[in-house]
Unconditional design. Sequence first.
Length: 256
Amino acid sequence: MGFVQSLIARFRAPVPPIDEASWRQAVERVPLARALDAPRQHYLRQLAAIFLHTKRFHAMGDAVLDDFWRLAIAIQASLPALPHGPKAFKGWTNVLVYPGEFNVRRSHYDARSGVVTDSDDTLIGEAWERGPMILSLADVALDLEAPWDGYNVVIHEMAHKLDMLAGTASGVPPLPASMNRRQWIETMQRAFDRLTKSVERGRRTAIDPYAAEAPEEYFAVTSELHFSKPALLREAEPDVATLLDAFYGPSPAPGA
């Protein structure tokens, strides 16, 4: 039994394969998948089938979620999982897809004053620990139209899901045995601190300032860059780029 087949055999129920016509159509329309070499594209197909088999998709509002869009999301969520296998999908089940941006109400408790304040955030994606992945379909579509611009909402949220395999997101996902955890933490922290200082001083930054929100956002934003604009990441933070190459494997971006 081959490696891919042995992974699939771990699931109790058979994993329905993705039919050839649907796969070819999806690969043609998902540039990040189309750019992979044949072996990785073959394994991506197996992982995407597992993702579709183990996740429940929910169209929210008036989102039109057909078989193509479910497969396009599954493919992009599976790209960061290529070196890690189906274990990358553990701990959650649901994918909620809104037609566009969605609002989330948050409560913040101030321990000093004892006051709870509510605020509304407008988002294009979110990932909850042991909860759903939530996506804007409009932004998923935009990522297919502009695949090499440094942004990809599915990969961003999947990076959070990988991070959450170790518990609360911290920017330090479970690492393969070949990678040094201390090196990861020190490299990422130094890069995060550099970005935070630049943002605080009002400087223009190559990396999206949103990455300075928290270490876990830095990991998710640089993960987007790894897959969709690795040259920018290599120029801005070469040590981070090297870590993400080791964690995710080579970027599918042209010229990577």
